[in-house]
Design a protein around this ligand. Structure first.
Ligand code: NAG
Length: 584
């Protein structure tokens, strides 16, 4: 039977409707793009939406107004490399081996074999498998090579990022002329001892008390010169060898010029989103600011009341605004989950050689970067996804930067790997208000490989208990920083051990001012008993990954040195050419 005209047009209409419906199936519309922004060393108290009154961060504040603001968002570690490893993999850094020993706590040289192991799975890798275009723009700080100067086994590309523009290592004071050095090696070279021995010997010799062979004096003298040469050489060569800018697998600037770096990165991010506006994409935008060496481009210099540090925060906020505007312009606002955080608290030891404040503000929270006091790990956490997440909501429950892993993985349409422990929890129920309570009943805080503190948010209670097994020794003692060593370290000699542990209830004492005692807290013993048991069970369940930060993992190997010219030219390359062409 032949269909009549009206029957066939009805059929057509039905087909069209079906097609329409399949295109807008909830599955599809819910697979968002991801723009994950991480600022370096930004203090939680530096943002308007977290209470700052003098720095202007209108774009970030607007992000918070349009989304969910986390007020108890915890970085899994208080230093860059481990915090970033945990963020990317959803796992405590002890599991992936991003922990060191002694004073070795982050990656400091490009020409060394340590890095995020290839067996680790990042959310970028999973999103890539799900058909996402992925990019890392900015800082990586999780290693580069394994054996040679360009095997790139730890390169972002090997961890799921299709595109990379940025620095494989980290920004450091040494990366900018006139900003001094973070390496206080002169402290460790035996200058003083050698000097004293030499002087005594010379005096004794002069007074005729002993007759010392000229050769001995000359030997000691040359040792002194060699030690000084080593130090000067290291500090002089450091920027050429380590402050490098890469585009994908190519070194394009060595050493990099930091002044306009955020401008250039922002342009890269905008280009990336434009290129991929028709496909799902994941962009990890990892700011070089506001870590030292401080910089800000000309249009932001002098814009704040807080010196170059405040100017840098203003520039970060501008960049966030550019990214938000680009999403609006491309019609992707409702299709993109935006996240903004900091890798850890402000670095309180950062005062410039000239006495200028180069550190941020951690608000009411105690101490800062490199400690597990709240100031070191309580970071901003803002998530926006219009239409899917409520606007203006605040979540005070404990969350972790490791939670982004399961959240991103599930939203990208995949399920979390089952062959390994994942320590983060999917945030969506909490963000959308379907759940009132965080799934993190316990959080564990490591200093390197040592369990430093435990956080317990018991079910049906408003308390958030925190117990410290040790705390860093501050210097000067009346401050909450370790200015003698630039960061706080973890082991004997640097910390004070506590038995019983120092106990706080953060719901009553968020600034961790007064440790509780059995007299001030009736539940003291029973609370600690539960926490100790949880800590022991956790430690029994963790198999530490092979450390990537052993001395062997970080020591310089000349044959692994990335070099865009020749050694004799100090590996210098002037300016990224592609960048020159597309300058704003
Ligand atoms: C705002 O941030 C600046 C720079 O970190 C800091 O010096 C200042 O104390 C903060 N202000 C408030 C009100 O938190």
């Amino acid at each position: 039977m032949k269909p009549t005209r009206s029957q066939s047009s009805l059929l057509c209409l039905l087909l069209l409707l079906l097609l329409e419906a399949s295109q807008a199936s909830p599955q599809e519309s819910r697979r968002p793009n991801f723009v994950l922004m991480m600022v370096d060393d930004l203090g939680i108290g530096d943002l308007g939406c977290y209470g700052n009154k003098t720095l202007r961060t209108p774009n970030i504040d607007q992000l918070a107004e349009g989304g969910v603001k986390l007020t108890h968002h915890i970085a899994a570690a208080s230093l860059c490399s481990p915090s970033r490893a945990a963020f990317l993999t959803g796992r405590y850094p002890i599991r992936s081996g991003i922990y060191g020993s002694g004073r070795n706590l982050v990656f400091i040289l490009n020409a060394a074999p340590g890095g995020l192991p290839g067996t680790e799975v990042t959310f970028a890798k999973i999103a890539q498998q799900q058909g996402y275009e992925t990019a890392l723009i900015g800082k990586w700080h999780l290693g580069l090579n394994c054996h040679s100067s360009d095997d790139h086994c730890h390169h972002p590309n090997a961890h799921g990022f299709n595109y990379f523009f940025g620095i494989p290592l980290t920004n450091l004071r040494d990366c900018q002329a006139g900003h001094s050095t973070v390496f206080q090696i002169q402290k460790y070279l035996p200058f003083r001892t050698l000097g004293v021995v030499l002087l005594t010997a010379a005096l004794l010799h002069l007074c005729g008390l002993v007759s010392i062979r000229r050769r001995l004096i000359l030997g000691l003298l040359s040792l002194l010169v060699a030690a000084a040469g080593l130090f000067v050489g290291f500090v002089t060569l450091f920027p050429y060898f380590n402050c490098i800018l890469m585009r994908d697998h190519r070194v394009v600037e060595q050493p990099y010029v930091s002044e306009n770096l955020t401008q250039r990165m922002t342009k890269e991010a905008v280009d990336f989103m434009e290129r991929n506006s028709e496909k799902p994409f994941l962009l990890f935008f990892s700011f070089i600011q506001v870590h030292t060496a401080m910089f800000a481009s000309a249009r932001f210099r002098g814009s704040s009341q807080h010196g170059i540090y405040g100017d840098a925060v203003h520039e970060v906020d501008w960049s966030v605004g550019e990214i938000m505007q680009t999403l609006d312009r491309l019609g992707l606002r409702e299709h993109t989950l935006l996240y903004l955080t900091s890798d850890q608290g402000a670095h309180l030891e950062e005062i410039s050689a000239g006495g200028e404040v180069h550190r941020g503000w951690n608000g009411i929270y105690k101490a800062g970067k490199s400690t597990n006091w709240e100031g070191g790990i309580r970071v901003p956490g803002i998530l926006r996804w219009p239409g899917m997440l409520p606007a203006g909501r605040e979540v005070d429950e404990p969350t972790s930067n490791m939670d982004l892993f399961p959240t991103v993985v599930r939203l990208s349409g995949a399920s979390a790997p089952e062959d390994r422990d994942i320590d983060g929890h999917d945030l969506m129920d909490l963000l959308q208000g379907r759940a009132e309570r965080s799934k993190h009943e316990f959080l564990f805080h490591y200093c390197s490989s040592s369990l430093n503190a435990v956080r317990w948010h018991p079910p049906n209670s408003t308390s958030v208990w925190k117990a410290f097994y040790f705390t860093p020794n501050f210097y000067p003692e009346n401050e909450t920083s370790c200015s003698h060593t630039h960061i706080c370290f973890c082991g004997p000699g640097y910390v004070t051990y506590h038995d019983p542990p120092l106990l706080f209830d953060l719901s009553r004492d968020p600034s961790e001012t007064t440790p509780l005692t059995p007299d001030t807290e009736p539940a003291f013993s029973s609370v600690l008993a539960v926490m100790n048991e949880a800590a022991e069970a956790h430690q029994r369940s963790v198999t530490p990954g092979e450390s990537q930060l052993t001395v062997g993992g970080v020591v310089w190997r000349p044959w692994m040195q990335p070099c865009c010219s020749t050694f004799s030219q100090l590996c210098q390359c002037q300016q990224d050419e592609q960048d020159e062409k597309t300058r704003w």
